[in-house]
Design a protein around this ligand. Structure first.
Ligand SMILES: Cc1cc2nc3c(=O)[nH]c(=O)nc-3n(C[C@H](O)[C@H](O)[C@H](O)COP(=O)(O)O)c2cc1C
Length: 207
């Protein structure tokens, strides 16, 4: 397989126009599209090919309400950590939990049989890294379908484990909100746009 300049152009546009989305239209995501997203996520690399991500699709209104409550509690505690910027922090929209039609709780299995430990004996954190890569694959696949994805980490992992009665060897990784975005006409990240944190180039050293 050889990729062409037009392929690269499309791929770069996908990277540049992927955004973290926190405001969604409420119309549902078609089931066949959700199935494609699931398949795309499973194309991700993982340590020892262990595929340690465990995804729970959250549909029950009561469960969603508990996640929202959990977010509110954690976000309030996070806001309290800011002094001068507290009011600015409180104005930020940091999750689309009220509107996202598709919501996924993502855990990482900490001792999966798959892969038989290959690649992670000296670096157990590679399991979480694998889940992060799978989330990014899902993020790009969703964007290519004109969906938005918002990643929510302002949650207490232990509370989320209890809420979903997750097995003891699953670690909570992230909560994902998906749906059609209210707007997709700005390629500037929200935190940059509202002057919280502008995009800066990362450092690459040569030694
Ligand atoms: C590990 C991780 C956790 C994140 N947690 C949150 C979150 O809890 N709430 C939120 O609004 N955005 C969250 N984000 C999104 C980032 O704020 C966003 O990626 C960043 O501001 C750059 O914007 P962009 O994704 O639109 O390029 C998270 C992103 C990552 C990678």
């Amino acid at each position: 397989m050889q990729f062409t300049p037009p392929d690269r152009e499309v791929f770069h546009r996908l990277l540049a126009w992927r955004r973290d989305v926190r405001e969604f239209r409420t119309d549902p995501v078609p089931e066949d599209l959700i199935a494609r997203l699931h398949e795309a996520m499973d194309l991700s690399p993982s340590v020892g090919n262990s595929r340690p991500w465990r995804v729970i699709r959250v549909e029950h209104a009561a469960l969603r309400a508990q996640v929202r409550q959990q977010f509110e509690t954690t976000n309030l505690a996070a806001a309290a950590a800011y002094d001068e910027r507290r009011a600015e922090y409180e104005r930020l929209v940091l999750a689309g939990l009220d509107s996202a039609p598709l919501q996924l709780a993502v855990f990482t299995a900490l001792d999966p049989e798959e892969g038989d430990g290959l690649g992670r004996q000296s670096m157990p954190e590679t399991l979480g890294q694998s889940t992060a890569m799978a989330i990014y694959t899902l993020w790009l696949a969703a964007r290519a379908e004109n969906l938005g994805l918002g990643m929510v980490s302002i949650l207490d992992p232990e509370a989320m484990t209890r809420l979903f009665a997750a097995p003891a060897d699953w670690h909570f990784s992230a909560y994902l909100c998906l749906g059609y975005p209210l707007r997709a006409d700005d390629d500037t990240p929200l935190l940059h746009r509202v002057d919280w944190q502008e995009n800066t180039a990362s450092t690459w050293e040569t030694r």
